[in-house]
Design a binder for this molecule. Structure first.
Ligand SMILES: [Zn+2]
Ligand SMILES: [Zn+2]
Length: 498
């Protein structure tokens, strides 16, 4: 009797293993069991997310095809390193680059970033600002090396230019000063170090409540590239840090996140700009009244074409009146406003709620997604998604589902998942990419349909570049072709008048 039941059990296991996916059949049999005996209120563990029969492949499954339509834009985002904890053959540790009109704004600088720069052919001298999210090594071990690398590569005239601004939570200044001074790195590029003070600690892990990094101070020493002018920033009453002056084109704010050390996310906001000038409406009046206009407005080079720039400065509710009395409202001579783009780059987090207000309606959200539930990798250490999420949160990290829910809450247009555990290799082989598409799929299911375009969620790989398109207030994109056309037209107009 014992042998027969043992045999039946073994046959059952064999049949299950033979089927295409052990995980699916296992869950399917639990479901069948549940539907047959549902009324018995069996105490079964909750299932993983529902199995969706057809897996959706992203648009252009091969990497270089996915975003090939959007390279030539003046605002692009590149993932330089997408690993958590340690660099691997396929992934560097955390580092991202926002390129805006040729200037680079770097977010985090994990170990090995110098090598990543060389692999992607990045120009060192274009780095304007560096933002560090928190003090963990996988986010800043590369910083001293990068500062020295830039210093070594810079020509004398470049080194004399504006210093690089480095922003980070308390401890960043001591870390950079100590690393540079103790290694006698006199080649370090000129830099200023700004600190975000009193970043709150929300996580429950007691062992990380150390105040160590706040207690260490290293004296300023101009021999190692540091310049005076590093500022301390304190949060406002909503715990938001305002890191830029009003006149800067890109405004940067920061707010705290929940992690096992004080961690922040950065929000980069481009200013709104006036829409296209309706040159065809203005031209007849400008031409006919050129002499009078020149007399009244005294253009610098005596050319009325310079006035076209002035028209763009007209504020809402203002009007412009020509010398002969024709009056135009702003809407009559300028097309709809072009919204400034918003990019949100978060540090490590298991709860991003504190930054939600300033991250609202962003064009791009970069959110960590360290751990995902894969039955074949995680069972029986954790038995289902919920146990895995609990484990991730205890380490101060997020799952794809958590990232997607946050993206959905703040109405992000695009979500980039990054900071992956070393268990997801991130390589270019099909089976490796498939693993990442599954991670995207998990996120998509959790985004409640708010991010359901197939390239709206992307599990990042190193050196992936996205462009961030401009949009009008109604959400419609300002196409590249349209912008170029406007620029050519405006320029041609000036020449015509000269
Ligand atoms: Zn990390
Ligand atoms: Zn961390």
């Amino acid at each position: 009797m014992f042998c027969r039941s043992k045999l039946i059990f073994l046959v059952f296991i064999w049949l299950t293993m033979r089927s295409q996916s052990f995980e699916k059949s296992f869950q399917a049999s639990i479901r069948t069991f549940r539907s047959s005996f549902g009324t018995l209120r069996l105490k079964l563990k909750p299932l993983d997310e529902p199995i969706v029969p057809r897996f959706t492949y992203p648009v252009g499954p091969l990497r270089n095809e996915r975003f090939s339509d959007c390279r030539h834009n003046e605002m692009t985002f590149t993932t330089v390193g997408t690993a958590s904890a340690v660099p691997s053959m396929n992934r560097g540790t955390s580092c991202h680059m926002l390129n805006y009109n040729g200037d680079n704004y770097m977010f985090d600088c994990g170990e090995g970033t110098q090598v990543q720069f060389q692999r992607m052919g990045l120009k060192w001298n274009r780095i304007k600002k560096i933002f560090i999210t928190h003090c963990h090594g996988d986010h800043q071990f590369g910083l001293p090396g990068v500062l020295c690398g830039i210093g070594q590569a810079a020509t004398q005239s470049e080194a004399a230019q504006e210093p690089i601004d480095i922003y980070g939570p308390e401890g960043t200044r001591a870390f950079v000063r100590a690393s540079i001074a103790l290694t006698q790195s006199r080649i370090c590029v000129p830099h200023r170090i700004h600190e975000l003070k009193n970043v709150p600690y929300f996580h429950t892990r007691e062992s990380s409540k150390l105040k160590m990094n706040r207690e260490i101070t290293i004296d300023y020493n101009p021999a190692f590239g540091e310049k005076l002018g590093g500022r301390d920033y304190f949060p406002d009453k909503n715990y938001v840090y305002h890191l830029t002056d009003q006149n800067e084109t890109l405004q940067v704010q920061a707010a705290p996140l929940e992690h096992t050390v004080p961690s922040v996310g950065y929000v980069v906001q481009e200013k709104d700009r006036a829409g296209k000038l309706k040159v065809e409406v203005l031209r007849p009046f400008v031409k006919a009244q050129a002499a009078k206009l020149r007399e009244i407005y005294k253009p610098r080079r005596g050319n009325v074409a310079e006035l076209y720039k002035k028209f763009k400065d007209i504020q809402p509710n203002q009007t412009f009146t020509f010398p002969e009395g024709q009056t135009f409202t702003r809407d009559q001579i300028i097309g709809p406003d072009i919204l400034g783009r918003k990019v949100v780059v978060l540090g490590d987090t298991c709860n991003s709620g504190w930054i939600a207000n300033i991250a609202m309606d962003c064009d791009l959200l970069v959110h960590e997604s360290t751990n995902a539930f894969f039955f074949d990798l995680d069972y029986p250490r954790v038995r289902n998604y919920f146990e895995l999420e609990k484990e991730a949160v205890s380490h101060g990290h997020s799952t794809p589902q958590m990232a997607a829910k946050f993206a959905s809450e703040i109405r992000a247009r695009q979500l980039v998942l990054t900071h992956f555990s070393p268990r997801y290799s991130g390589g270019p082989e099909l089976f490796e990419m498939e693993q990442m598409w599954k991670i995207e799929h998990m996120a998509r299911l959790a985004a409640n349909g708010t991010l359901d375009g197939r390239n709206d969620i992307v599990a990042a790989w190193d050196f992936m570049t996205l462009s961030i398109p401009r949009r009008y207030a109604d959400g419609s994109p300002v196409s590249e072709a349209d912008r170029n056309l406007t620029a050519i037209r405006d320029e041609g107009e000036e020449k015509e008048e000269q």
